[in-house]
Structures are given as C-alpha cells and as structure tokens.
Design a protein around this ligand. Structure first.
Ligand code: SAM
Ligand code: DTB
Ligand code: SF4
Length: 342
C-alpha cells in the first residue's frame, strides 16, 4: 500500500516503484491526492498564462520524431531566419496586453551559435524591460552560453527531457538523454530557473511515463516549471504519421491526467503546465488536468507552429470553471549553484 503523500514536502528521492504506484492508484484517489498537494502549495483557482513565439522557425538539423521543424520532417513548415529584435518586442507587447505573465521564445536550433547571442541578449533585455518574465528554448547550451543568458537577465530556460530514458532513443537519435541533462545542469548552474518536461502520447508505455516523471522528480532540484505536452500529431513527422495511421495509439485522456497528477504529487512546488495538445482536448479533460494540479497554460491561437486553443475559448473555459489568471509576481531566481548540482 502506498504511503500517504506528504503535502508540503519536496523530495528528490522518489523511486520508480513509488511513482508507478501513484499511476496505479484508483483514478479518484490519485486525483484527490494530487488536488490536496496542489492546494497546500498553490492557489487552486489561479492559472498562469504564458505566450509562445517562434523566433526562428524550421530547418532544424535534429531528428526529433514529433517535430514539424526538423529537416527530416515533410511537414510543409517554411524555414525562417531569426526574427528582428523589434518584431519580437512588438509581439511581446501584444502578449502583455492580452494578460500574459511569461513570454516564451523558441528557436529551431540544435544549439545557438555564438554569432546569434548578441541578438538573443538584446531580445531578453527588451522583453524583460516590459515587465514580462522571459523564457527561451534554443536547444543545447554550453556553460558559457548559459552564463551569458543569465547575465542578460533571462528568467527561465526551457529544455525538455521529452520522455523516459528507455524510450528516448526511439524518438530522437541526434542527441542523447545525457546531453539534455547536461544542458539542464548548465542552466541550473548559471542561476536561471529551469523549465523541463516532455510529451505524452508518443507511443510510449506507462512505464516510460513513470521513467519520464522519475527523471524530473529526482533531479537535485526540481524544475520550477514542468510542461506536460500531449503529442500534436503533425503529418510528415514520424510520430504524426504513426498516430494518423493508427488512431488507437492516441493517448487516453485519463492516462494523460494521471501523468499530470503524478507530476503534481512528486514535484509539489513546481508550476505544472498543460502545454501542447489542448486544442484537441475536451473542456472536461482540461478541467480534470486543473483539478490534478496543472496551473499554467499557453494562451493565444498558435504554439510554435501548431494551432493552440485560442484566447476566446480559453476565456470561456476560465469563466465556466471559475479560474482566473495568476497575478504577476517578480520571477523568483533559482540562484547560482555549483556546476555539479542541478
Ligand atoms: N529546438 C529546441 C529544443 O528542442 O530544445 C526548442 C524548441 S522545441 C520545439 C521545444 C519542445 O516542444 C520539444 O522539446 C517538445 O517537447 C515540444 N514539442 C515539439 N513538437 C511537439 C509536438 N508536435 N507535440 C507536442 N510537443 C511538441
Ligand atoms: C514545451 O514544452 N512546449 C512548447 C514549449 N515547450 C516550447 C512547444 C510546443 C510545440 C508544439 C508544436 C508546435 O507548435 O510545433
Ligand atoms: Fe529541432 Fe527542437 Fe524540433 Fe528537435 S524539437 S527538431 S531540436 S526544433
């Protein structure tokens, strides 16, 4: 029998067996435990609003099997250059006007080149000066690049582990799981808050989902943000085609909610983001995710390249559920740690 979860304890010593036992709980019991942990640590009626912008789209040399932006995908996404700084700032201003708290910028790179850094730094400084939290996802980072971003005032860096260690190489072959963990360590050591999560519904087993949560929940320090994406199947990608051709492979909604609940219980203080895939999720499933402890979403009608739920349907959903936007706070800073501690 599973030990009663402690509501306010942050543990980094979770075992796979304990996490598997959470997934195995009767659904109502799992939800009750997750909701209890959630209310002990977060305002249960407030959800953080984040806006995404692709500042450099497509043409990525990596082979992530889910991604429309890989050169290996035949998805029709047009490759672009890095956007002009002023254009990015204009989009950030629109996001702020729409009530967003955090502006997340993504680039389809394996890693940023040194020649890209001055523009990236200007963007971070400009967006931050507007009073928005800044987040970037640019691929792998060296310790020096992480330090440069920290110096510029970057609040968060998103780099997903994507799935459990065993399933990872079925999805991506051009970079290793350990490379991802190294980038997370570099980000942590630079004092930037860590955003790391992954994708559910890529054909992985429950044991892979257990491994995914286990990796995040046993990092020396939990990511401050944990995005849980449901695969957005894009035609022309390996996984999008797999899902389109075998509809039964689509992740079950209840299993998705179980994953959110497991993230909430094991990482009680983190913001758990109900990320990609909301567009095709019912209101009822999204409501279950909020009950299970998700407290952050991406707003707007576009993610990076894929459609998102959109502000009108989100406003209607929030009104129906009695949810409000999380009030902006000064971004907390993770603080510098020694390079071996994550
Ligand atoms: N190129 C950078 C990288 O991979 O580190 C940053 C951008 S990448 C698009 C950010 C994350 O978006 C991926 O790690 C993946 O978890 C998520 N993602 C990409 N395509 C997705 C899809 N079709 N469905 C769900 N999540 C997706
Ligand atoms: C994350 O975990 N999800 C966001 C963000 N981090 C960068 C990206 C979702 C991308 C969905 C597919 C697309 O728009 O191409
Ligand atoms: Fe490139 Fe990121 Fe897409 Fe992978 S997920 S192909 S690294 S843009």
């Amino acid at each position: 029998m599973l030990k009663q979860v402690q509501h306010d304890a942050v543990r980094t010593d979770w075992t796979r067996e304990e996490i598997a036992a959470l997934f195995d709980l009767p659904f109502t019991e799992l939800l009750f435990q997750a909701a209890t942990v959630h209310r002990a640590n977060h305002p249960p009626d407030q959800v953080q609003l984040c806006t995404l912008l692709s500042i450099k789209t497509g043409g990525c040399p990596e082979d992530c099997g889910y991604c429309s932006q890989s050169v290996k995908a035949d998805s029709g996404v047009q490759a672009t250059k890095l956007m002009e700084v002023q254009q990015v700032l204009q989009r950030a201003a629109q996001a702020k006007d729409a009530g967003s708290q955090r502006f997340c910028m993504g680039a389809a790179w394996r890693n940023p080149k040194d020649r890209d850094m001055p523009a990236i730094i200007e963007i971070v400084k400009g967006v931050r000066a507007m009073g928005l939290e800044t987040c970037m996802t640019l691929g792998m980072l060296t310790p020096r690049q992480a330090d440069m971003l920290a110096e510029a005032g970057l609040d968060y860096y998103n780099h997903n582990i994507d799935t459990g260690p065993e399933y990872y190489e079925r999805v991506i072959t051009t970079r290793r799981y350990e490379d991802r963990l190294d980038t997370l360590a570099n980000v942590r050591a630079a004092g930037i808050n860590v955003c790391s999560g992954g994708i559910v519904g890529m054909g992985e087993t429950r044991d892979d989902r257990v491994g995914f949560i286990h990796t995040l929940a046993t990092l020396p320090r939990h990511p401050e943000s944990v995005p849980v994406n449901a695969l957005v199947p894009v035609r022309g990608t390996v996984l999008g085609d797999m899902l389109a051709d075998t509809p039964l492979a689509k992740i079950d909604d209840i299993e998705f909610v179980r994953t959110v609940a497991a993230a909430r219980i094991t990482m009680p203080m983190s913001m758990v983001r109900l990320s990609a895939g909301r567009e095709s999720m019912s209101e009822a499933t999204q409501a279950l995710c909020f009950l299970a402890g998700a407290n952050s979403i991406f707003t707007g009608d576009k993610l990076l390249t894929a459609p998102n739920a959109g502000d009108d349907s989100d406003a209607a959903l929030f009104a129906k559920l009695g949810l409000t936007a999380l009030k902006g706070e000064e971004p907390m800073h993770a603080g510098r740690t020694s390079s071996e501690a994550l």
